[in-house]
Design a protein around this ligand. Sequence first.
Ligand SMILES: Cc1cc2nc3c(=O)[nH]c(=O)nc-3n(C[C@H](O)[C@H](O)[C@H](O)COP(=O)(O)O)c2cc1C
Length: 217
Amino acid sequence: MTNNNNSVLPSNDLYTLMRERHSVRHFDTEFVISEEEINEMIELAVKAPSSSNSQSWRFLVVTDKELKKQLKIVADNQQQVEDASAVFVILSDMKFYDKLDEIFTSAVEAGYMPKEFKDEYVPNVTKYYQALPKEQFHESVSFDAGLVAMQLMLIAKSKGYDTVPMGGYNKEKLKMLLNVPDNLLPLIILPIGKGIQPGRRSTRLPVEDVLTWNQFK
Ligand SMILES: Cc1cc2nc3c(=O)[nH]c(=O)nc-3n(C[C@H](O)[C@H](O)[C@H](O)COP(=O)(O)O)c2cc1C
């Protein structure tokens, strides 16, 4: 595992990973991350919480060299998109409620909830989401996607890989390039690979600038 100075991190400790993760934009173009490892990272990342356990996130992983080259163009020519081993496209399923029954049936089968609860809960939750105003619906799925994206970045870091979350791309052009179905909305793209140059250092606002206790004045 490497940090921004390319030295070995002392541990896989969460605090260290959070301090050492930075957006990396220069990747080893020859380095390949196996499908098995990508599956493993996603399997762990989806332990993230989500609204009603809806798991509204979907992942498209682009590894094809030619597609990455074209995706770079869609992403304002940001070179990291072409150079990374893979680019995760994190999408929200705007019809995620179609899978609620599957999700809660598996919870029943695992013995986590009674079937009677599931039979009442799933139709109620489905109606709730279907009736939500567009803005609130979007807020909910975006929140889920943000949580899973952060998990992925930390998991990648713990495996010695680097990432950069990216919103700088044209959604419509990306959808066309990658044949994204209408029900899926791209939210963020996440190139991942072996960093060959540290990320730009960044600072954070002091805690007193972002923390308020109890009530705003
Ligand atoms: C929603 C979002 C969109 C971003 N879009 C881009 C992008 O298009 N290109 C890029 O190079 N970095 C992008 N970043 C990375 C930020 O610039 C970076 O996270 C921030 O400067 C803090 O630096 P750090 O990640 O190295 O700690 C984005 C980050 C977020 C969370």
